[in-house]
Design a protein around this ligand. Structure first.
Ligand SMILES: [Zn+2]
Length: 341
């Protein structure tokens, strides 16, 4: 549970302890804790989506491989264990709804809002998208339809703007989302008791527990930029091609050193990505120092990652390189992206 949700819950406990509201039950009839938990998760998703979009968009000139970026985060009702609560808390009237719209993104410019249901993309109804498309068999079953919908939207946007039919407050409307190519990646919060973040080549995931640690968006951006760097540098492909064991045995020998080299690259690139998006690269040092001191064991003692003091040294080296680089339009060309195809 995130700090934010816990604060919300303790406020709620106070509220419900007062005699005036003691007998009140929420009009929806749903457990208020369950509703607040979903609202808290949505806030985290909105924050991550905004930070991820800003990093992906700001670094577009340096990404040789680009993809459609709408700034929209779509969710499927099937992703939620209790669909009735999700419908009430997040505004699902159909299967697929907008959970987050990044500021200054094509989705925001189109006028789209969280809670808008997607009915159709360029006239193709979402109802016709199978809920368990075998083309997405690698995804858990509850994520297959949303994967298909995201791909449908991406394909349209490669060529031209997309027309979305949406449902807002019972009214059907058409909205046009501009085609905009930027650095590839999607961004999502995964609900987990573990602190962590990951990058699978396409999606950057940050766990709900990890988000407890971010004191501000710059620190949040430090972790997102590190994971985005893994995706931009195609580290997953590189490790798979070298048949590196990412599991327990990956902590030893050759696998460990290959994983460590990708971690060092991701750290190095992250501060450039942050600076170009207007985040304070110093936040990477503040965050990893605090986090490293508190998590001295665990991942920081693993042979796959540098200990935090060495990581801080990497960030400082990159900041010096950046200071010696001539910015173009206020941005610094990251050396690690220069040689990519
Ligand atoms: Zn990493």
């Amino acid at each position: 549970m995130s700090a934010m949700i816990r604060i919300c819950l303790s406020l709620l406990a106070l509220l419900f302890a007062s005699p005036l509201s003691a007998q009140d039950t929420p009009a929806s009839g749903f457990d208020p804790d369950a509703i607040l938990a979903l609202k808290g998760l949505q806030l985290l998703d909105q924050r991550l989506n905004a930070i991820g979009y800003r990093l992906a968009e700001a670094n577009t000139p340096y990404c040789p491989r680009k993809a459609a970026q709408t700034g929209l985060l779509l969710h499927d009702i099937d992703q939620y264990p209790d669909p009735a609560v999700a419908r009430f808390a997040l505004g699902f009237d159909t299967a697929v709804t907008i959970i987050a719209v990044a500021p200054d993104s094509p989705g925001a410019t189109a006028g789209l809002l969280p809670g808008d249901d997607i009915l159709a993309i360029n006239g193709v109804s979402i109802e016709d998208v199978p809920a368990d498309d075998p083309a997405f068999a690698k995804e858990p079953v509850e994520y297959r339809r949303i994967a298909a919908v995201n791909e449908m939207l991406d394909k349209v946007l490669v060529e031209a703007d997309a027309t979305l039919d949406i449902l807002r407050g019972g009214e059907r409307m058409k909205m046009t989302v501009a085609s905009q190519q930027a650095c590839p990646s999607r961004f999502q919060i995964t609900v987990s008791e573990d602190r962590g973040a990951s990058a699978d080549g396409k999606i950057v995931s940050v766990t709900s527990r990890m988000a407890e640690y971010f004191l501000n968006d710059d620190e949040f951006a430090a972790v997102v930029a590190h994971e985005l760097a893994h995706n931009l540098l195609k580290h997953r492909n590189r490790l798979d091609a070298a048949e590196v064991n990412r599991g327990f045995f990956g902590q030893f020998g050759k696998s460990a050193s290959q994983i460590k080299s990708t971690e060092i690259e991701a750290d190095r690139l992250s501060v450039w990505l942050m600076a170009n998006a207007g985040y304070d690269p110093q936040a990477a040092i503040r965050f990893w120092t605090r986090y490293g001191k508190e998590h001295g064991k665990g991942i920081f003692s693993a042979s796959t990652h540098y200990r935090w003091k060495k990581r801080v040294r990497l960030f400082e080296e990159e900041r010096k390189k950046m200071a010696a680089t001539e910015p173009v339009n206020g941005k610094y060309a990251p050396p690690l992206l220069a040689g990519l195809d």
